[in-house]
Design a protein around this ligand. Sequence first.
Ligand code: NAD
Length: 428
Amino acid sequence: MNQSSYNPFLTAQQQFNKAAEQLELDQATRDFLRAPMREYHFSIPVRMDDGEIRVFRGFRVLHNDARGPGKGGIRFHPMETIDTIRALAMWMTWKCAAVDIPLGGSMGGVIVDPHDLSPPEQERLCRGWVRQIAKNIGPLADAPAPDIMTSGQHMLWMLDEYETILGAKYPGFITGKPVNMGGSLGRIEAAGYGIVITIREALKELKIQLNQTRASFQGFGSVARHAVQLYQQIGGVVTCVSTWNQRDGQSYAYRKLDGINYKDLVAVTDHFGEIDKNKAADLGYECLPGEAWIEQDVEILVPAAIENQITLNNVNKISPSVKIIAEGANGPTSLEADKVIYDRDILIIPDLLANAGGVSVSYFEQVQSNMNYYWQKDEVLGKLDLYLTSAYVNASDFAISENMSMRDAVYLIAVDRVAQACHDRGWV
Ligand code: NAD
């Protein structure tokens, strides 16, 4: 299946159906949880720098808020679809439940390539998005956060527009804000550090020393980059990272077998996570076709770019040396490839757990913002470690006791918690 015909919402629904079957959920609960509770589609007119108006399509989907206010990113992407947003909202519901934070799941986005917009045009787009949806979201209803190609600056423009409309300060309206403007210390590192915390726990179980391992990453954006940094800091070696090259529409993998130099590579990466091919070559990196990231002779693979990247087309290229796949991205593995990986006895740390560090610290940021009282970085990262380690151990114990994959275990735990909340509220 090629990327354009892939529908992540169908994947998310199939994953849910499987969990619903195993949990023997009643029909009403299945019908209720299989679709979003609310969704908004809107047009955003934006005045461009040349005076012309362009109209962008925006979305916000709230999948479920039985356990607490919605939480979920806003993605700017030229190929954005409502079904991708629906899938991400549903996965967010399960993710918050998997790490046991009192939030529901939502997601938003705009069909746009921000590379094509100047900063003032991006600002007007952010403000326009908020103007269309301000009455339906908010700190007690549904709070956005950054995702692919959105940054702290975008979040701040959105917050400013929301506060202008409401006429008061609501720092808990949005998370992923710049640190000096109500953001949480540790938020920027959180999703990446969370991946490494779950890898650390998985390696303990497999009785493998982290400093004896190598890893290959897909992506070098805000999630992957911080995972690379922490993993190398505590003794691992990253031999390969791949990124998307916007100019020629291809991806490339950059390899150094004795380990990439994190600082050097960051210096030649733009703020969309794209490594400059020529500058990387000057630094001595081998430049391979993008798909090469999956074929590397390493113990750990980290897909941390986009959905549907490990499929039947490439799953058999995974080296026999691989012991762990930690899903940094949301939905990077197709259902069919997942089965092959399970049969090969490779431990997949599912996205609902591996990248839950982002939403966990988003939750901490919201708590701090709502109190207007901010914690030290060590406190934030300490709590992150506590939440993720305990979610990992809980899921792993369940997987072992029920003889099932980590993905199935995390799904059963999460869906059960959400279904229970819906029952307790008397909804279904
Ligand atoms: P980002 O835009 O900062 O980075 C994306 C990276 O992926 C870039 O390096 C880009 O070049 C690369 N990429 C895109 N397509 C590629 C391809 N085909 N081949 C190779 N590289 C490719 O995005 P991000 O915030 O790091 O998010 C990455 C993933 O993690 C997404 O699935 C997102 O939903 C998920 N996620 C993000 C957060 C967060 O807090 N930002 C939290 C949890 C999960």
